[in-house]
Design a protein around this ligand. Structure first.
Ligand code: NAD
Ligand code: 2HG
Length: 526
């Protein structure tokens, strides 16, 4: 497996890749998009920070790519829907740089309010501008925190330590949670009206681009100071420039810009704008944290398929993975069996969970069923990431129900696939601790280990039927590994499930179909 690190990554992360078995790592930073496009086809994994743009065009040139790992949080430089469509897992490292970034926001607020960058520059220019550079206390001032996620909540906590009054606006967090953390929850408008300082900690997305714009500045207190250590574009740069020029905003501290690097933007002409070149996450500690986290996550994914911190696939790790593994295998095989039983395009897949699943979140099992179901048609193009999306794109309606009771088994998964031509039902369960078994196919009760080469044969319930099948397979040197016969509950057909050591050749299958007591033969590969 080959990993490309295309943005600067902490040494500790590189070392982990170098030591990982079966993994080769190349560090090649600062590439132009066209250069990256030329080489990306060789790689299974890509490690980025904020400089590399993972566009649809780049993904198209990356047929082997399985995972993109962001050493950091913001993923606005990754086309996530395009990655999902191609089955590429996109991961970030949410915890590693949050303290560092919150500390940067607080540092920016203090530097701005006490004119530290201007004081440094004027002293170094041989001046002594003591009077001109008088600042303000932040004690007892009101800080408005927009976004109460990982970073916003730490910034709020640090500001409380500086004895500021902290108010918080986050429409996705309940006021109770904000209040439980000891802060006042307010609406965005109230935050604008009351804050002496405003710090933004929201992701960049459709709803937050231009959040702090002309209208927002108009609602703010005169003399407010604005800090943006989240993403460029959340604060509208031209509107901020006007608001500072008009005297409505007394100063701004910016770590991030609409374009990076921003070049000489008008805001840089203003003395009361201070800035850093996207340094929010740039501490030794944070860079080690995110580099180690991204390397561990990518290695785990490439070596074992373990998904950690993916934004487009459920995270299944550790204990949970161990508990879910047999169910994931069972689900995958049931889906795969259904696809091979289908006569014509399947229009709907209903997944019914019965009984006791020990409180497990079964959504990864549903994904496994869909993945298995699509695999015979799409082979390697389907995986845990894109299975749901691909099923939807192919017009398959998927429903999922759960019932606490199960009649014959502790737990049972039933998958019903409907096409215009037929409806097939497959049920499965886990025997013992971890043994997946298919226990029913349509109206036949079976006890089938869902793996390998299988022949499903409907025959007339008359003497000699099974013998004739066995002899023909023997003549063709196809060894029968396991066999069982199920009888239809209310009919005269038998159902033979034969697991063979090797695939049964097509001409032998054709001959089996011609046997007088055989009604149909379906070959299944699981
Ligand atoms: N400057 C840097 O170097 C740097 C470093 C790390 C992260 N970041 C940026 O900071 C952002 C926030 O990081 P985080 O770890 O706190 O993310 P997070 O996901 O933990 O928190 C984001 C919060 O924003 C809230 N939110 C979303 N839309 C909102 C809206 N319209 N109004 C108010 N709140 C809203 C969410 O409910 C959530 O609580 C990241 O997305 C990233 O872009 C920048
Ligand atoms: O990689 C960086 O230096 C910045 C990271 C930061 O913007 C993030 O979103 O985590």
């Amino acid at each position: 497996m080959k990993v490309l690190v295309s943005d600067k990554l902490g040494e500790a992360g590189i070392q982990l890749f170098e030591e990982a078995q079966g993994i080769e790592v190349d560090v090649n930073t600062g590439l132009e998009p066209a250069e990256l496009k030329k080489i990306i086809g060789d790689y299974d994994a890509l490690v980025i920070r904020s400089a590399t743009k993972v566009t649809e065009e780049l993904l198209e040139a990356a047929p082997n790519l399985k995972v993109v790992g962001r050493a950091g949080i913001g993923l606005d430089n990754v086309d996530i829907p395009a990655a999902t469509k191609r089955g590429v897992v996109v991961m970030n490292t949410p915890g590693g740089n949050v303290v560092t970034t919150a500390e940067h926001a607080i540092s920016m607020m203090l530097s701005l309010t006490r004119n530290i960058p201007r004081g440094t520059a004027s002293l170094k220019a041989g001046k002594w501008d003591k009077k001109l550079l008088q600042g303000k206390e932040i004690f007892n001032k009101t800080l408005g925190v927009i976004g109460f996620g990982n970073i916003g909540s730490i910034a709020a906590d640090r500001a409380r330590g500086l004895r500021m009054n902290v108010i918080v606006a986050d429409p996705h967090v309940t006021p109770e949670r904000i209040e439980k953390a000891g802060f006042e929850a307010v609406s965005l408008d109230e935050l604008y009206e009351r804050s002496d300082y405003i710090t933004v900690h929201v992701p960049k997305m459709k709803e937050t681009i231009g959040l702090l714009n002309k209208d927002a500045f108009a609602k703010m207190k005169k003399g407010v100071m604005v800090i943006n250590c989240a993403r460029g574009g959340i604060v509208e740069e031209a509107d901020l420039y006007d608001a500072i020029k008009e005297g409505k905003v007394a100063g701004a501290a910016l770590d991030v810009f609409a374009a990076e690097p921003p070049g000489m933007i008008p805001l840089f002409e203003l003395d009361n704008v201070i800035c850093t070149p996207h340094l929010g996450a740039s501490t030794a500690e944070a860079q080690t944290n995110v580099a180690v986290a991204v390397a561990e996550q990518i290695i785990a994914y490439l070596q074992t398929g373990t998904v950690i911190n993916a934004v487009n696939a459920p995270s299944v790790t550790g204990d949970l993975l161990e508990k879910l593994k047999p169910l994931l295998t069972l689900g995958d095989r049931m889906g795969c069996l259904q696809a091979q039983l289908a006569q014509g395009p399947v229009k709907s897949v209903s997944i019914e969970y019965y009984g006791d699943f020990r409180g497990l979140d079964l959504s990864p099992v549903t994904t496994a069923i869909l993945k298995g179901f699509l695999t015979p048609a799409l082979k390697d193009d389907v995986n845990f990431v894109n299975a749901g999306m691909l099923a939807q794109e192919r017009g398959v309606s998927v429903t999922e129900t759960t019932q606490a009771d199960s009649k014959d088994f502790n737990n049972l998964i039933k998958v019903i696939a409907k096409s215009d031509a037929a409806t097939h039902t497959v049920s499965g369960t886990i025997y013992g601790k971890a043994e997946p078994k298919i226990v029913r196919i349509d109206s036949f009760r079976v006890e089938m280990v869902p793996e390998g080469h299988v022949l499903l044969i409907h025959n007339v319930d008359k003497p000699g039927a099974i013998g004739s099948v066995g002899s023909m397979l023997g003549e063709a040197s196809v060894n029968i590994a396991r066999m069982q016969v199920g009888q239809e509950e209310d009919g005269n057909r038998n159902f033979i499930v034969m697991e063979t050591d090797t695939e049964t050749p097509d001409d032998v299958v054709a001959k089996l179909r011609e046997l007088p007591l055989v009604k149909s033969v379906i070959t299944v590969e699981l």
